[in-house]
Write a protein that binds this ligand. Sequence first.
Ligand code: AMP
Ligand code: GLY
Length: 421
Amino acid sequence: MLGSGGREHALAWKLAQSPRCKKLFAAPGNPGIAQYAQCLELDAGDHAAVIAFCEEEDVSFVVVGPEAPLVDGLADSLRGAGIAVFGPSKAAAQLEGSKSFTKEICLRAGIPTAGYRRAESEAEAMAALDAFDIPVVIKADGLAAGKGVTVAMTRAEAEEAVRDIFAGRFDADGAVAVIEEFMEGEEASYFALTDGLTIVPFGTAQDHKRVGDGDTGPNTGGMGAYSPAPVMTPMLRSETIAKIFGPTVKAMADAGTPYSGVLYAGLMLTAEGPKLIEYNCRFGDPECQVLMMRLESDLVDYLLACAENRLASLPPPRFSDDTALTVVMAANSYPGTPEKGGAIGGIEEAEETGAKVFHAGTALDNHGSLVANGGRVLNVTAMAASAREAQAKAYAAVNRIDFPTGFCRRDIGWREVARQG
Ligand code: AMP
Ligand code: GLY
């Protein structure tokens, strides 16, 4: 397995539970993952080195956690070497790697999404702004680690975002802006496994992207999440499969670039129905942590069937009906430059409550003690019959963790807790 965050800890935890998993390697992994896997340094950008390692160690299946190696074509290289891999080809990973690519697919396949214009120069983008009402959304095409999106509340803010993109803030050569109509509604995430033909729904979730309580402050990679997301009613789930996942998978196959892996749809639940905000070509982080808590089926069965084009032969995956909720504990100053090296204690005590603590950004220091080594550091995850109980259980575990240079939001799940009364 490739990756080192909380998402990968959750994946490794489930993969290791499978009787089909004889031995698990993780590159680079983290101290949490090291409980079930042999961690090693391996540069995911060096495809030949990854293949050589797999051949030496007889690795028959590779699970890629993050998007960057997929967008970089690692799955193609592994498949070319006859190694099964969970994750899309470089061509298919463009669904995450290029916002304009996804917009073109949506346009071609009639998939509901925000209206947009693509602009290759600052002048073109400024002119295109005239066609949109305010608020308007400005995005840098290409991967920008979640930092390439501005929801502009004024024209001046929109113009500044455009200037930023063409000043080379995200991608020095060939900067491209996507300007989008602002969609109003509640956001939800829907995950589906696909082997290019069959679509297997794999759970819903909602996350909290803002750093502060009450959804305030700057955007982050996600400060917490829960699953399921009851706003994704059975009707909305069917509608999303019929109008969004289905036509996408078909359009990719028709284009000769079938999509294999997990499709993570970021949805806006608008008055006109669910609309696609964006696709990711990997599991969400921290959404994966709550999905894995709920997953009762063997993860290896599903991911391998995905890689081997035989998803249709499996029964639907089983998920607990309970709610799983995860609280991200981050290092002080995140999402700015997080404080590194802060001591972490109390994980065992936290897990005595029945919670599961996934390591997201941890390391061992010279004395073998656990320290913070990233922005998002721990994902304290609990499951219970309701969102309220899962929230209480997760925070009871958080309270047992001793991480003086860290912080967390205190209201993860508030929307659902309020709805359930
Ligand atoms: P993205 O990276 O495309 O997921 O965008 C990050 C966030 O920006 C989303 O989670 C939404 O909150 C917001 N966003 C993106 N596109 C739109 C849109 N067209 N309308 C409203 N909000 C949007
Ligand atoms: N939590 C948002 C993401 O993984 O993209």
